[in-house]
Design a protein around this ligand. Structure first.
Ligand SMILES: [Zn+2]
Length: 451
């Protein structure tokens, strides 16, 4: 890896999502030292310049929800064309055989794929802990560190299996003491605090239909004691609402509040089926929402009320969701989906490309409890995504920022994380992509054949 020069000016980009940085940004070490106005020159002496005249500059994109292991079960015939619950029960049987080596290569593939799409902070929600997977999060931390990607990893869990009225098979549920002990161990071992953190750990019981009330309560208590964030799936489908009402006598949000989760420490995946009063309560609490447009369309789950949630005060971020319900991990493409779905839900004038870029950067950062990433101002972490517009799909585009979403940007040319180039000329640095694809394909075949 070439050491970053003392000061690097990403000079005069073709376009920039922040007008205050239209002349580019100056990087020193891991941070943005200065945002340069249009046509301006830096106030700081510059050691090196990167000419960005062919690049559109965005803050590095931030993903807020994923299941890396699902890259091994993309476009899987037995699970096609199903709604959430039957889709899950079909796939649980495959996922129950996942090994640590398979998880490692799945996580590497997903992180590389995200990086190549301009994503600098990845999140993962891993909740499948069969006997063979006790070190799952340790494996993911090691992989993220090797790739140099910023990672918000969550210790997922499932404690209610089929024998007790839940959805998952018994082989992938754990007892609550083990889950909580492991959660505490992972926080103590890996959770970094404060500005520039590269690895964070959050607690993430999978969903109301796969963990007990006690585990939800104890997870909230532990997260409070350790000062880490909470994450779960909520209000994804109407079937989930019916399940909660049948089992708990409460709607999903009432249940969430009753177990001590309604607050600004929490961000929720999907967050679709909320009524007006629930949207207000979520906003007042400052609970974040990870909007997953592709997944919601693939599974026919519904339309997230992004604008109402944001207006109420919720941080709204963007997420690709797991690769069995998307089935890609491309956050640039997800921005296009969010734009189109938002316009279908509301109106073209109400969901702009600027809104969606805000969700994918600052909004996502807020979901993860971060104010040091997601922007291009001085003092922010030097996390950048640079896109070229020299493919046929962009030819003739007048507005370079709008073009990224409307023409369908899908691959960044350069990506910087904490001041280090992690993608150059569309290739991940230090990764043999062909070899990775071969290992990943082999792992996917092995997992399917274990059924
Ligand atoms: Zn999910």
């Amino acid at each position: 890896m070439t050491p970053t020069p003392k000061t690097l000016w990403i000079r005069h980009p073709l376009g920039c999502s922040d007008a205050r940085a239209a002349g580019g940004v100056v990087i020193r070490d891991s941070r943005i030292l200065e945002a340069v106005p249009a046509g301006g020159t830096p106030a700081t002496p510059i050691d090196e310049t990167f000419d960005a005249r062919d690049h559109v500059l965005l803050p590095g994109l931030v993903n807020t929800h994923h299941h890396f292991y699902q890259t091994l079960t993309r476009a899987y015939s037995p699970a096609l064309n199903k709604e959430l619950f039957p889709w899950l029960t079909t796939l649980y049987e495959v996922w129950a055989n996942l090994t640590e080596d398979q998880l490692a290569v799945a996580s590497e593939l997903a992180m590389v794929e995200l990086l190549l799409s301009g994503c600098t902070t990845v999140a993962d929600h891993h909740y499948v802990f069969s006997g063979a997977l006790s070190q799952a999060i340790d494996v993911q931390v090691a992989t993220a560190r090797r790739l140099g990607v910023r990672a918000a990893l969550t210790r997922g869990s499932m404690s209610v299996g089929r024998d007790d009225g839940g959805l998952p098979p018994q082989s992938v549920v754990q007892d609550e003491a083990t889950i909580l002990d492991e959660s505490a161990r992972l926080i103590d071992a890996y959770h970094q605090r404060g500005e520039g953190a590269m690895t964070t750990i959050a607690l993430a019981p999978c969903s109301p239909f796969s963990v007990s009330r006690e585990l939800m309560q104890e997870s909230a208590r532990l997260a409070g004691a350790k000062d880490v964030r909470l994450h779960t799936h909520l209000a994804e489908t109407e079937a989930e609402t019916a399940y909660c009402q049948r089992l708990f006598g409460q709607r999903p949000l009432e249940y969430l509040e009753a177990v001590g989760w309604l607050g600004s420490r929490t961000w929720l995946a999907h967050g679709i089926h909320f009524n007006d009063e629930e949207v207000s309560r979520l906003g007042a609490a400052g609970t974040g929402i990870a909007h997953c447009p592709s997944s919601n369309m693939v599974l026919g789950s519904g339309l997230c009320r992004t604008l109402e949630l944001e207006a109420a005060g919720c941080p709204v971020g963007l997420a690709v969701d797991g690769s069995a319900s998307n089935d890609h991990s491309n956050l640039a493409e997800e921005m296009r989906q969010a734009l189109l779905l938002g316009r279908l839900r509301y109106a073209p004038s109400r969901v702009t490309h600027e809104d969606v870029i805000r969700w994918a950067t600052q909004g996502s950062a807020r979901c993860l409890g971060r104010d040091d990433i997601g922007g291009l101002e001085a003092g922010q972490q030097a996390d950048l995504a640079l896109f070229r517009l020299d493919e046929p799909r962009f030819s003739g585009a007048e507005n370079p920022i709008a073009a990224l979403l409307l023409c369908g940007a899908h691959r960044a040319d350069r990506v910087m994380v904490a001041g280090q180039w992690r993608v150059t000329e569309g290739q991940p640095t230090g990764v043999d992509l062909d070899a990775l694809l071969a290992r990943h394909d082999q792992a996917a075949r092995a997992l399917r054949s274990a059924l």
